[in-house]
Design a protein around this ligand. Structure first.
Ligand SMILES: Cc1cc2nc3c(=O)[nH]c(=O)nc-3n(C[C@H](O)[C@H](O)[C@H](O)COP(=O)(O)OP(=O)(O)OC[C@H]3O[C@@H](n4cnc5c(N)ncnc54)[C@H](O)[C@@H]3O)c2cc1C
Length: 471
């Protein structure tokens, strides 16, 4: 096993050793899905639920869950924090509908796991969106205001004192908001559970089968090193790797998120009252997160990692965390009581960050039988369940609330070509880091830094540019 697999995958693969056969020879399917992460698997499961006789096959480069789905922090979050963007994209009614669907998806994941005997360590303990300095305080206000205009109140406002006394998270000095209906999972147990159910429902899975060529046309064909699959419809559920398609490359940035895990410290967590407390994030642009696990560990991580030149997901995405000292610093600042607790393992994973910060689904321009779902932007664990419904409706040609929702939109190239994208992106990334640091030091960022930060794709909260991209 690669030493850089996530902690979650290492835990699961210790006992789950099943590897599906690679694609070999010439084969056919009604629907061929490229990518065996949450998006591909939920799409396959949705298709089988709607049309059980459909012959669905998944072709996966690595093993199912080997991508971001087996590496993430396991926050099952809905889309309420993106509500202003959803309004820009879909109008008020559409935004409310999608927001409700994404909120329902959290509980649907729990129900699916219960129905199919998947122990994904689902814990409905909520998401705490907090502020670790005065500048971050109220980062959620525009979201809460937009929601209130629609009589929606999913967040509870909490003072710093309450966050500290309930869960021992003393570094959220600017307070926070709690979304109690969010949850956490063990992501690898979830994705490998979905794979098991998909196989049981007749989905054919081919692992260790990277797509090397897609032949377009009325009956597209997937070609791998060992075989080919001719299909009525192809779905690209490839996350950041989809940047390999020139039609999609300009629609999102390939960046990274990093994660780390500690040894179990259940006594400490019990003393803090955090063992079953919410999964937390701060409000940095390069967001820091920290959550507990069922076996008493803390997973902590950080967004805004390395950019990929030309969108190529290469070796730097298969490595220990690049910014582990910074991740420790931010984790310990947020929770000073855990200052002596350090990571025992860390990893990196690719992120497909769209300018609007929400995913997009559509047919590949010029290829009406090839659909894609991409741009989950670091928030795909819950929303990929909705993504599966959208892609299934698109594949089946059904005109319904999913296929007509505002997330179904063409991959408008919003980003310049290389080398300008990488150079410009690196400049913006540095400005974002600088702004986060200055905010924490209680300073005021200079106008150039602020102007560059405004160009960044949306993080938790939208930037000016991301709102423009959505409208
Ligand atoms: C460190 C980290 C922390 C995160 N934390 C959270 C979180 O807490 N909550 C949250 O909601 N989201 C989080 N995310 C994001 C979340 O993991 C993703 O949005 C989600 O997993 C996307 O699912 P997916 O199926 O689109 O992508 P993936 O799981 O990456 O699936 C894409 C699959 O395509 C395969 N593939 C690529 N190229 C080919 C090819 N040529 N041929 C065949 N197969 C191919 C890949 O191997 C991969 O398995 C995090 C991501 C990372 C990296």
């Amino acid at each position: 096993m690669s030493p850089h697999r996530s902690h979650w995958l290492r835990q699961v693969l210790a006992t789950d050793t099943d590897v599906a056969p690679a694609l070999a020879g010439e084969a056919k399917a009604d629907v061929a899905i490229v990518g065996g992460g949450f998006c591909g698997l939920w799409t396959a499961l949705e298709l089988k639920a709607l049309e059980p006789s459909l012959d669905v096959a998944i072709v996966e480069r690595d093993i199912c869950g080997g991508g971001a789905s087996g590496r993430n922090a396991g926050y099952v979050i809905n889309l309420w924090a993106k509500f202003p963007t959803l309004v820009d994209l879909c109008g008020s009614d559409g935004a409310v509908r999608l927001g409700r669907a994404a909120a329902a998806a959290v509980a649907e994941i729990d129900a699916f796991c219960r129905d199919h005997g998947i122990d994904a360590e689902y814990r409905p303990d909520g998401w705490l969106w907090g502020a670790t300095c005065a500048s971050q305080a109220g980062a959620w206000d525009p979201v809460l205001e937009a929601l209130a205009r629609h009589q929606l109140t999913p967040f509870q406002v909490l003072a710093a004192q309450e966050i500290a006394s309930r869960w021992g998270i003393e570094g959220h000095v600017g307070g926070g908001v709690l979304e109690p209906s969010c949850a956490t999972v063990h992501p690898a147990k979830l994705v490998r559970g979905l794979r098991r159910v998909a196989l049981a429902q007749g989905v054919r899975i081919h692992e260790n089968s990277p797509l090397v060529r897609l032949e377009r046309g009325p009956r597209p064909r997937i070609v791998t090193a060992g075989g080919s699959l001719a299909a009525g419809t192809v779905v690209l559920a490839m996350n950041a790797w989809a940047a390999g398609f020139r039609e999609l490359r300009g629609a999102f940035f390939v960046t990274a998120a990093e994660a780390a895990i500690t040894a179990p410290v259940p006594e400490l967590l019990a003393k803090m009252g955090w063992e079953n407390g919410p999964a937390a994030t701060d409000s940095r642009f390069m967001v820091a997160n920290y959550r507990t696990t069922r076996d008493g560990r803390i997973e902590f991580g950080k967004g805004g990692g390395v950019l990929a030149f030309g969108g190529t997901v290469g070796a730097k995405y298969e490595s220990p965390a690049h910014r582990l000292p910074l991740m420790h610093k931010e984790f310990h600042e947020a929770i000073p009581r855990l200052a002596g607790v350090a990571a025992i393992h860390s990893w990196v994973g690719p992120i497909d960050r769209s300018m609007a910060g929400v995913p997009l689904f559509s047919a590949l321009p010029g290829s009406e039988r090839v659909f894609f779902g991409v741009g989950f932007s670091g928030n795909g664990v819950g929303p990929s369940k909705v993504g599966g419904k959208i892609l299934a409706s698109l594949v089946l040609g059904v005109k319904d609330e999913w296929s007509t929702c505002g997330l179904v939109r063409p991959p408008t190239p919003a980003l310049p070509g290389e080398p300008f994208r990488y150079l410009g992106g690196s400049l913006v990334r540095r400005a974002v880091m600088r702004k986060d640091w200055i905010d924490h030091a209680g300073g005021q960022a200079d106008p150039i830094t602020r102007a560059l930060v405004a160009l960044a794709p949306a993080g938790l909260t939208p930037t000016t540019t991301s709102r423009r991209a959505a409208s």
